[in-house]
Design a protein around this ligand. Sequence first.
Ligand code: FES
Ligand code: FES
Length: 157
Amino acid sequence: MRVALRVNGRDVHADCWEGESLLFALRERLGYPGSKNACEQGECGSCTVYLDGIPVCACLVAAGQAAGRSIVTVEGLARGAELHPVQQAFITAGAVQCGFCTPGLIVAAHDLLARVPDPTDLQIREALAGNLCRCTGYEKILDAVRLAGGLQRGDHG
Ligand code: FES
Ligand code: FES
């Protein structure tokens, strides 16, 4: 079946089989490999994308369910060649090791900071509770979200 989607502001089509996941269509058919497939069961959050402005696990959404809807992946957060402040903060804070969890964490952190510009540590932990990281121990991820919040608020020092 042919599915029409809007991905990162572009209208695209994907030829999918019935029941194919949005994650598979994005990665394997449409050339957006940023979202990662780590569990394919909705457990790890590494595949998180925005679907009509709401973060979802793309492995749990059928590509057909996303027909006619707007998707934003981690690639779509960058401003051309310039990284989004949340993306830059993850690098600056050293919150990226193997990187498998990073795209989903960045989308989840981006969503949190859009809703809560100056979150408490508890709010950060709650917002990222669905995103698993096997490498970092999470402290540098918390640092990255705090840093990203400051960058977006224009805090200095
Ligand atoms: S790959 Fe989708 S939640 Fe893990
Ligand atoms: S950096 Fe490896 S899983 Fe998070």
